[in-house]
Design a protein around this ligand. Structure first.
Ligand code: F6R
Length: 359
């Protein structure tokens, strides 16, 4: 039930700090060491390449997964959109390992790839919120998200839970392989910081409502921009906004804008920019100047280490690999309020179903 909440989506957005703490408790012991079965770690450690396969928001969480796994395990990692992968299998490495992300565990596009991977005798793991689902029965290994039921069509807490569980597994596998970065990764502390940071963001409803009113009312199109991990989140934030508010929105790699899409920038367009990567912040700032000069309304969401005094939103502190736990929540809140302000059905957008069981 929604309890005292007006919508499931708002309830699920608000639950995210608790989900972070639950994942920390479920997967980390008192010393902060990840508790993953040695059977799974052994199977993963034999892989020369990991293949993430998923759809929609789960695909976007997989993009973050690639960054986490490459940093903490040093195993090359690929990410595929399930509906593409299923019909266009890439040439696989010698010892591939498949990781499926699916909140519902029922997505037909993802299942198609899982069935074929099994037919080929390849090892498979499912990370899911539904441990009794179809995909869970079929995968060799299953890890639970512990997010609790997600009812709103737009996925929120499953996205951040997927990233947190990816971080647990990446740390566990990296340590298993003796990677220093994994050993030094204080995940317990980071998940606690993430939970606190999310709490700060979700408790500030008035600010988000105001920002949504200022930047997302009466806009023809919206673009989310970022580089690196901020680009991954731009794709997710754009999906969230377009699927419930029906505002035409795209996520772009900030540097790609000048290769074509900047032609669309004019007054009436809003641009939302994530800047949490120190190494690329200056480049993204120059993209901001370009779109401002062409009349776009620009909202900047920056981390503390990248902030400038004119930025509208500064994020609580968190390690850069886990920033999507905070920037993702910003995208959810903006989508939520933009939709509410349009008087639309937040929980059940048109044309969409919670589980997509057709290919
Ligand atoms: C977007 C959304 C969808 C799902 C996608 C995959 O908010 O909910 O994009 O993420 O249909 O669903 P699962 O994760 O259940 O496989």
């Amino acid at each position: 039930s929604k309890g005292s909440y007006p919508t499931f989506m708002l309830k699920e957005i608000d639950e995210q700090p608790a989900v972070m703490r639950r994942i920390s408790q479920a997967y980390l012991n008192a010393d902060g060491e990840p508790q993953i079965s040695s059977e799974l770690l052994q199977a993963l450690a034999q892989a020369d390449r990991l293949y993430f396969v998923a759809a929609g928001t789960s695909y976007h969480a997989s993009l973050v997964g690639k960054r986490l796994f490459e940093k903490y395990t040093e195993i090359p990692t690929e990410v595929g959109v399930a509906s593409e992968f299923g019909y266009h299998w890439p040439i696989l490495s010698q010892r591939p390992f498949f990781i499926f992300l699916s909140q519902s565990g029922e997505t037909a596009d993802s299942r198609q790839v899982l069935v074929e991977a099994k037919r080929r005798g390849l090892p498979t793991l499912l990370i899911t919120n539904a441990v009794n689902s179809t995909l869970a029965r079929e995968a060799d290994y299953v890890l639970a998200l512990h997010a609790g039921p997600e009812i709103a069509v737009a996925s929120t807490k499953a996205y951040t839970a997927q990233i947190a569980v990816e971080a647990v597994l990446a740390k566990a596998l990296g340590e298993w392989r003796g990677i220093d970065a994994a050993r030094e990764f204080d995940l317990q502390q980071q998940l606690s910081l993430a939970a606190n940071g999310m709490e700060t963001l979700v408790s500030d409803h008035e600010t988000w409502s105001k920002i949504a009113a200022e930047y997302l009312t009466a806009v023809s199109d919206t673009f989310y921009l970022g580089r690196g991990i901020d680009y991954d989140v731009s794709l997710e934030a754009a999906l969230k906004l377009k699927e419930i508010s029906y505002v035409h929105t795209e996520g772009f790699a900030a540097g790609e804008l000048k290769h074509g899409t900047i032609a669309l920038i004019e007054p009436g367009v809003s641009v939302i920019v994530f800047i949490t990567e120190e190494t690329t912040a200056a480049h993204t700032r120059s993209n901001v100047q370009e779109v401002r000069a062409r009349g776009a309304k620009v909202l900047i969401i920056a981390s503390q280490n990248c902030q400038e005094h004119t930025d509208q939103m500064i994020l609580p502190a968190l390690t850069s690999e886990l920033m999507p736990l905070l920037t993702g929540v910003c995208g959810q809140l903006l989508a939520y309020y933009a939709t509410l302000q349009r008087g639309l059905n937040v929980d059940q957008p048109r044309n969409l179903a919670k589980s997509v069981t057709v290919e």
